[in-house]
Design a protein around this ligand. Structure first.
Ligand SMILES: Cc1cc2nc3c(=O)[nH]c(=O)nc-3n(C[C@H](O)[C@H](O)[C@H](O)COP(=O)(O)OP(=O)(O)OC[C@H]3O[C@@H](n4cnc5c(N)ncnc54)[C@H](O)[C@@H]3O)c2cc1C
Length: 334
């Protein structure tokens, strides 16, 4: 029996980064339970993605294929997933805290009459040392706007959780002795309640792919401040592959930048090689999104601000003074 099952997500034919992270944590949980670990994939053509999933060492990859599953449709995917999870009957079922996981997770938990914990940052097995101990899933997640961390334990089968991205390492390729199992869900068009009229490719930025993030906050004063950050981005792009603009929530709330640039609890969680925080005070809700960056550089006019407590390097200065000087120096060096 598969003790631990994860939902893999496929983008343009291959597994996305969130799936690789789930593969890692799912494998570790199965090891702790001394049980099997499996992946379920949903779509219309999955041979390549299923082989890719197998290369990370799960015992089984369940390939749930149907012509109607070509694009994400919550009604069809939910029904297919429910049938599959009931058939496999795992002890633990995990999804990423992605749009798919957030859409399907609560409804699936309701249909399976179990409990779901969303947006977890860690998962482990309750040690269960003695008689009556339960070996339930311990679900760690931030609460109270990120000011505290709670660990939840709930009954129910399967034990369900969605996992936040970028908080665990992706799985590495492993020896593969597993098998691919085909499942054909019993679905038809009559269960579709939401019709998809058009798939619009959003021009969003993927902050979690950046090597360097230059983030601006309320201290920039207005949206023109981001043009000064763009100058720094342009010059750093000569030395780094992927330099992107991030921001605090205040900058989004004020309408200076679009929400896909927001770093933090309600934005993107990132861990770039370099994070440059400009005019950002370092509220806890911002820090949880960037504190795992390899090097943190803070530019702030207030030497007492919280951001300096997590920074590797700090510059106490008005950003409008220091950034043009930095740009000039970097241009001279490049
Ligand atoms: C449930 C919840 C979720 C949240 N989620 C997020 C989230 O995901 N991300 C997020 O960022 N926030 C989030 N917040 C908001 C968060 O609490 C803070 O309000 C926000 O991060 C503050 O943004 P800031 O640092 O840009 O602004 P401020 O706290 O106002 O800081 C501005 C900083 O700029 C400095 N400064 C001013 N002028 C200059 C200058 N000329 N040069 C250099 N420095 C200057 C100041 O010294 C100050 O440190 C959330 C809040 C809640 C309650």
């Amino acid at each position: 029996m598969s003790e631990v099952l994860i939902l893999g997500e496929v983008r343009e034919g291959s597994l996305n980064l969130r799936t690789l992270e789930l593969l890692n944590i799912g494998k570790n949980l199965a090891k702790d339970l001394d049980g099997e670990f499996s992946v379920v994939l949903i779509g219309d053509e999955l041979p390549a993605a299923a082989s890719e999933a197998l290369s990370y060492g799960p015992n089984k990859v369940f390939k749930v294929e149907h012509a109607l599953l070509n694009n994400f449709n919550a009604d069809l995917w939910l029904e297919s997933l429910q049938q599959t999870v009931k058939q496999i009957n795992p002890k633990i079922f995990l999804m990423s805290h992605s749009f798919i996981g957030m859409d399907l997770g609560p409804r699936l938990a309701c249909r399976l009459d179990t409990r779901l914990t969303t947006d977890c940052i860690d998962l482990s097995i309750n040690p269960g040392n003695g008689p009556g101990e339960d070996s339930l899933l311990l679900r760690t997640k931030p609460v109270s706007g990120g000011n505290a961390i709670s660990v939840f334990k709930c009954p129910g089968v399967p034990q369900m959780a969605t996992m936040r991205g970028n908080v665990i390492k992706p799985a590495e390729a492993a020896e593969s002795q597993g098998e691919i199992v085909d499942i054909v869900p019993k679905i038809d068009e009559s269960i579709i309640r939401v019709e998809s009229l058009e798939i619009v490719k959003e021009d969003i930025i993927a902050l979690d792919k950046a090597d360097v993030v230059i983030a601006g906050g309320a201290g920039l004063g207005d949206e023109d401040g981001f043009e000064i950050l763009e100058d720094l981005t342009r010059v750093l792009n000569k030395s780094f592959n992927n330099v992107m603009i991030g921001c605090s929530r205040v900058a989004v709330d004020k309408g200076w930048v679009s929400p896909d640039h927001q770093v933090g609890l309600t934005g993107t969680i990132i861990s770039p090689d370099i994070y440059i925080a400009v005019g950002i005070s370092g509220a806890i809700q911002h820090l949880v999104g960037m504190v795992q960056s390899k090097k943190i550089i803070a530019i702030n006019s207030d030497s007492g601000c919280n951001m300096f407590k997590v920074a590797d390097y700090g510059i106490v200065e008005d950003y409008e003074t220091i950034i043009p000087l930095l740009v000039k120096k970097l241009e001279e060096l490049s």
